[in-house]
Write a protein that binds this ligand. Structure first.
Ligand SMILES: Nc1ncnc2c1ncn2[C@@H]1O[C@H](COP(=O)(O)OP(=O)(O)OP(=O)(O)O)[C@@H](O)[C@H]1O
Ligand SMILES: [Mg+2]
Length: 430
């Protein structure tokens, strides 16, 4: 059945901006795992790393079984490719190489129809056959008939730019879903598809025995196909082990755990700061207290460097009433798990512990005040944190009212910063 595993992947853009880090998840064979996130969160980049098209800055990709990729730009191809070229571009590498050799041998034969050229052509055809090329041509005939209503012999030289966006998508999807790859990485396959096309795709994803990593922004497609959801947000990723129907509840529960961990961290931080202040005063009048003062300073620095603990995997809540269940395997043992780092920012400044605690409480209260209005419940973050990716969360969310009161956008207000704590930095690794 195959599988694919991402282990602590990180990627930094050419301009030095860290796109994501500590991204870990598993795509098991037979499952449709949705990869969701804001525009620009890094989903396409992550898929390119998983497929080997882009080297990972850090981390590992392990897989078993053949992997095939549908790039996001299928649907808007205007680069002079033919239907055959497009089908070859998503074929196994060995077939691509064999087809290129056949093309080259044919061209050579046109220039010089001599014995060596004929021999090279014969060899290339043999290699094409050994690479499963003739079986591929039979498959492509089925594919072009299904997607375009034309036999491959008629469709193969047609310029892809003359196909509609939906026809381009359907052509590649037919080829991948009927093909031999065990694992499919599909980047927004539902784009350009009309409603019947989307329903067809959902049905295919429910029926396939392949492992599918599916990037989509369509809530219905997500609800009807995903058996797990990997969420790329805040510069990292977390995995919900159930379908999209239980994702909102899992995300809210996760926020609550993060807020609770940060509240506890802030309380402990305040105690340590008090201790350091007390020992500093005592050390100024007694040399004997100097070593204890330095030890407390070291302990505080270590505590701040570690940051709040990460939330442990937890069972997600039951599905919200207004969401549909993923049909393939239903809401599986719906748990959430965390990648090594989650949606927390990589660094943030610690602030007044009391203020942080009350801020986290406010955020939690708002998170629970409306169970399905995701935008109102940002991941509790200390000041200076990466802004919560709220816009797309709302887009994935379900309609719910009333909008919680608070700041104009409904977010919980961050706590005031304290000048005393402004110098203390720590790593939030929730
Ligand atoms: N070659 C590059 N040079 C500079 N920035 C890049 C490059 N490639 C990608 N990026 C940036 O990386 C970020 C992630 O891009 P990516 O295409 O992976 O996002 P995405 O999650 O797939 O978004 P969308 O949902 O819009 O498809 C974007 O901000 C993009 O501008
Ligand atoms: Mg993309």
């Amino acid at each position: 059945m195959g599988y694919l595993e991402a282990g602590a992947l990180a990627h930094t853009l050419a301009d030095g901006r860290e796109l994501f880090r500590d991204v870990s998840f598993r795509l098991p064979g037979g499952e449709t795992v949705a990869l969701i996130g804001d525009n620009g969160a890094g989903k396409t980049t992550l898929l390119r790393i998983l497929s080997g098209a882009l080297p990972a800055g850090q981390g590992t990709v392990r897989s078993q079984g053949a992997v095939a990729v549908m790039p996001q730009f299928i649907g808007s191809l205007r680069d002079g490719r033919t239907v055959r070229d497009l089908l070859l571009s998503v074929a196994p590498p060995r077939q691509r190489a064999a087809a290129a050799a056949v093309d080259a041998a044919e061209l050579a034969l046109m220039d010089h129809d001599d014995e060596p050229a004929q021999l090279r052509y014969a060899e290339a055809l043999t290699a094409w056959g050994e690479a499963g090329g003739y079986e591929a041509e039979v498959l492509w005939d089925t594919v072009t008939v299904a997607a375009l209503g034309l036999p491959f012999s008629t469709a193969q030289f047609r310029d892809v730019s003359t196909l509609s966006g939906g026809e381009q998508k359907r052509l590649v999807l037919e080829a991948l879903l009927r093909g031999t790859a065990d694992l499919l990485l599909l980047d927004e396959p539902d784009n350009y598809l009309d409603v019947p096309g989307k329903r067809w795709l959902e049905e295919q994803l429910r029926r396939t025995r392949k492992g599918v990593l599916l990037v989509t922004h369509d809530r219905e497609v997500l609800s009807r196909t995903a058996t797990q959801v990997v969420t790329l947000e805040g510069g990292s990723a977390w995995t919900h082990g159930g379908g999209f129907a239980t994702w909102h509840a899992a995300r809210e529960a996760r926020w609550e755990r993060i807020a609770e961990l940060r509240r506890r961290w802030s309380e402990k931080h305040e105690q340590l700061e008090d201790l350091v202040r007390t020992l500093r005063r005592q050390a100024s009048i007694s040399d004997e207290m100097a070593s204890r003062y330095h030890a407390a300073q070291t302990r505080l620095a270590r505590f701040e460097a570690e940051g709040p603990r990460r939330p442990r995997p937890a069972r997600s809540a039951s599905p919200p009433p207004c969401a549909a269940a993923a049909p393939r395997s239903g809401p599986s043992p719906a748990g959430t798990s965390n990648s090594p780092a989650s949606c927390a920012p990589s660094t943030w400044r610690s602030s007044s512990a009391t203020a942080s605690a009350s801020w986290a409480r406010t955020a939690r209260a708002r998170a629970t005040s409306c169970a399905c209005w995701t935008r109102a419940a940002p991941t509790p973050r200390p000041p200076s944190a990466t802004p919560a990716p709220a816009a797309w969360a709302h887009a994935y969310g379900r309609a719910c009212s009333p909008r919680p009161t608070g700041t104009p956008n409904g977010r919980a207000a961050p706590p005031p910063t304290s000048s005393a704590a402004a110098t203390a930095t720590g790593r939030a690794s929730t």
